[in-house]
Design a protein around this ligand. Structure first.
Ligand code: IFM
Length: 467
């Protein structure tokens, strides 16, 4: 049976009836990132990135997987765009590979830019809004060789790159996102070494974070100068931290967890100050070098804030000034081992609105889950993902009802892809990818999401136009 003839699962994914998320102005999308899907790492003059180096280093990724091939999106992009259009989403979030579009001397690589021009134009022709992330972790290796994000100069190189991309792709983008998840770049890349470039020292992490945020602020200016009028913001990953213990030390541990995961990024962006408990309590002696004027650059107003949410952790005190994660037993988890905790997203959104009065409009720029999905007779049953998504839609609806200005939601991810240190084992996609044949198969969750989007579109279309 052709895939399109398969029945739509009964439990289609939809926000609660009457939710603001059902409003035609609410933006529904799917998301990906360059290194996770493109492959073609040596094509059209693309330069090596830190993830090429890191993943080629034995022991750094599960099974030694690399992004060399990934989903071959660099050559299959036109079919992939048609697949996105077939889902019926309003918007697609993608990222640009810095090493693909800028030569080492700072001049544009028109071959790489041409790829993104064609991709964005085809999305536009389908009526799909394009949300473009400038940096989703694939730093050119030649910049890492000069210190990467530990080198203040990288922030200025990032702004030059942002100016180049905004100028070259102006008119093809509905929303710019400077950085994806600076917490991951700083902490996983420089604090514990789980991600490229693989350094592990909290002093590195705080300095890298400062340069990333400085780069964000400089890039915001660069984008606004080169593509005036197009909204621009940043994407932060956030995590819920609670403790199952009422002991004040454990409650403090949970507070510090959220401070480290959320406010380390949001507070400088939204208030122009760092939460100093980071270096007064958690990581003594790790305060970054901040030059006069930096915090004003970092905290200039943004048009929107992207929020990525996945899970909650249960924290206990480490007996000193830190926290340890003590996983709860008997809770629902995903293939990543992450707890499924939709309430955490509502809690965090409400808290951010309370703590940061100038919180800009929010887009949920990533949310989703990994499961060990397989194709059986042309079909991929992923009931946990459908349930996961539905429950997170409800949590966001509650946050909107409580006054948080959430304007859109992007599922991570469009398709299974290279999940960084976890390689290809962990499958986050709405669409299954067979990495041997590169065949894409819509999972049941994709079909249920598609059904909701079709129904919503039909409801928004005046009857006169449909008859
Ligand atoms: O795959 C990643 C993505 O690149 C960034 N946010 C989290 C996702 C799942 O781990």
């Amino acid at each position: 049976m052709p895939e399109s003839a398969l029945p739509v699962p009964a439990d289609r994914i939809a926000p609660p009836a009457g939710s603001a998320m059902a409003d035609p102005r609410f933006l529904w999308g799917v998301a990906t990132a360059s290194y996770q899907i493109e492959g073609a790492i040596d094509t059209d003059g693309r330069l090596p990135s830190i993830w090429d180096t890191f993943s080629a280093t034995p022991g750094k990724t599960l099974g030694g997987d690399t992004g060399e091939q990934a989903c071959e999106h660099y050559t299959r992009w036109a079919d992939d765009v048609d697949l996105i259009a077939d889902l019926g989403v309003d918007a697609y979030r993608l990222s640009i590979a810095w090493p693909r579009v800028m030569h080492a001397d700072g001049t544009p690589n028109q071959a790489g830019l041409g790829f993104y021009r064609r991709l964005l134009a085809r999305l536009g022709a389908h009526g799909i809004q394009r949300y473009v992330t400038l940096y989703h972790w694939d730093l050119p290796q030649h910049l890492e060789d000069r210190g990467g994000w530990l080198n203040r100069d990288t922030a200025y190189r990032f702004a030059e790159y942002a100016a180049l991309v905004a100028r070259e792709l102006s008119g093809l983008v509905e929303g710019w996102m400077t950085l994806n998840e600076p917490w991951c770049s700083a902490f996983l890349g420089y604090g514990n070494g789980h991600h490229a470039p693989g350094l592990a020292d909290p002093r590195y992490a705080t300095q890298a974070m400062h340069h990333l945020l400085l780069g964000h602020g400089l890039a915001l200016d660069a984008v606004r100068q080169n593509d005036p009028g197009t909204p621009a913001g940043i994407v932060a990953n956030v995590g819920r931290g609670t403790s199952d213990s009422a002991d004040p030390a454990d409650q403090e541990a949970a507070r510090l967890y959220e401070l480290q995961h959320n406010d380390w990024v949001l507070q400088p962006l939204l208030t122009g100050t760092y939460p100093t408990d980071l270096w007064d309590k958690l990581w003594p002696g790790s305060a970054p070098l901040v030059l006069p004027g930096d915090m004003a650059v970092i905290s200039q107003p943004m048009d929107f804030l992207g929020i990525n949410y996945y899970f909650r952790c249960n924290l206990r005190s480490d007996g000193a000034h830190g926290f340890v994660d003590v996983p709860l037993a008997d809770v629902e988890r995903t293939q990543m081992g992450w707890e499924v905790y939709p309430q955490g997203l509502e809690d965090l959104l409400r808290r951010f609105k309370a703590v940061y009065p100038n919180l800009p409009p929010v887009y949920i720029t990533e949310n989703g889950m990994a499961s060990d999905d397989t194709v059986v007779d042309g079909r991929v049953a992923d009931p946990q993902r459908q349930s996961f998504l539905q429950r997170h839609f409800a949590a966001i609806s509650r946050a909107i009802d409580a006054g948080v200005d959430v304007r859109g939601y992007f599922i991570w991810s469009l398709m299974d892809n290279f999940e960084w240190a976890f390689g290809y084992e962990r499958r986050f996609g709405l669409v299954h990818v067979d990495y041997t044949t590169q065949v894409r198969t819509l999972k049941d969750s994709a079909r249920a999401f598609q059904a909701f989007l079709q129904q919503r579109r039909a409801a928004a279309t005046p009857a006169a136009l449909t008859t």
